[in-house]
Design a protein around this ligand. Structure first.
Ligand code: AQP
Length: 327
């Protein structure tokens, strides 16, 4: 069975960008592949986190993983901080990575922009991500477009290590969706929808109420025309809304264009509210049940045991290759 690994940071509420670009697609792999889906809490502390919020967001994300349809009897769900092999391999890989390649990471440049002090962790974040993926002999990594560069670095690190020490790591392939790999901010279609954007109407969170969803969509930026047309260059706001409509309803972009011909943005946005609310409603009701069931902690505990077992084997292989004395 081919293996799949991916993760989401419990930095804040999960938004529909995370859902469409990554989590929704995780579910498609669970029947045919050996899947490991992680709550990457070690990554989240590269920027300051409130401990109470981090704790709550971590459990909330695990419940959301299950609420979107991930079945713990088929996939391994776990918290990164519960599996020490991640930090250990990250160190070994840091000693096989170069500052020149880390300096080129655009996410580091964006996230450190305007900050007075930047943690060393934010800088070495992509190497920890490489460790996450390589620890499981991962074949495929479903991610949004913003992680493409990090995945390329992960592949470079694996190929370099294999050349230096002999075949050790499986070189993973990123799986980036054709549509929805970069859902844009609702208030500014030149920026990606992001958890860290504090403006509430820049995004739709998976647990938002219907009235909040309505407000955010009705306020979203479009343009001075009234035509519903997919044209990312000239109509980025409308095109972004069309991608959300398409990925959550299954209606093709051509059919959306035909359906709203001559109807204007008001009618289109009103229907988009319905599409988003009906896509999120079943997730929200499942989420409530899962949280109340007390199942989350048990699933994460079992997941961590399985992740430790698999990743230990690969970590030991790496340590032997490097030349560490092993007993
Ligand atoms: N806007 C997006 N459109 C499509 N996919 C997206 N992803 C993130 N934003 C979008 C994908 O979601 C997965 C989990 O992301 P993450 O938790 O690792 O955080 P991130 O990539 O740094 O994105 P966020 O949500 O914007 O968080 P902050 O603001 O904290 O940086 C990844 O597969 C990512 O590609």
């Amino acid at each position: 069975m081919k293996r799949v690994f991916s993760g989401v940071q419990p930095t804040s509420q999960v938004h529909i960008g995370n859902y469409i670009g990554a989590i929704k697609r995780f579910v498609e792999f669970q029947n045919d592949m050996d899947c490991f889906f992680c709550i990457v809490d070690l990554h989240s502390i590269t920027l300051p986190q409130d401990p109470k919020k981090l704790y709550e967001n971590s459990l909330q994300l695990a419940a959301l993983y299950m609420a979107v349809g991930l079945d713990p009897s088929k996939v391994t769900l776990f918290l990164q901080s519960q599996v020490p092999t991640h930090s250990e391999l990250a160190w070994l890989l840091q000693c096989n990575s170069y500052t020149g390649e880390l300096n080129r990471m655009t996410q580091f440049k964006e996230k450190s922009q305007g900050k007075e002090s930047i943690t060393a962790g934010l800088y070495t974040y992509p190497v920890l991500m490489a460790a996450d993926v390589l620890l499981y002999d991962t074949n495929y990594v479903p991610v949004g477009n913003d992680q493409k560069q990090h995945l390329e670095l992960c592949r470079d690190i694996a190929i370099r290590f294999n050349k230096k020490y002999g075949e050790t790591f499986v070189v993973p392939e990123p799986l980036i969706g054709k549509f929805g790999a970069r859902i844009m901010s609702l208030d500014d279609a030149s920026k990606k929808m992001s958890k860290s954007n504090e403006y509430e109407h820049s995004k739709i969170n998976l647990l938002d109420t219907p009235s909040k969803i309505k407000k955010s969509i009705m306020k979203s930026v479009t343009d001075s025309e009234s035509e519903i047309r997919f044209d990312v260059e000239n109509k980025p706001g409308v095109s972004n809304l069309m991608v959300i409509y398409n990925t959550l309803s299954g209606m093709s972009l051509d059919d959306i264009e035909s359906k709203y011909k001559g109807l204007g943005y008001g009618a289109f946005k009103k229907d988009l509210v319905e599409v988003v609310v009906s896509a999120l409603e079943p997730i929200q009701s499942k989420y409530e049940k899962i949280l109340k069931s007390g199942e989350v902690e048990k699933v994460l505990k079992e997941g961590a045991e399985k992740a430790k077992e698999v990743s230990n084997g690969i970590l030991n292989k790496v340590k032997k290759k490097i030349g560490f004395v092993m007993f």
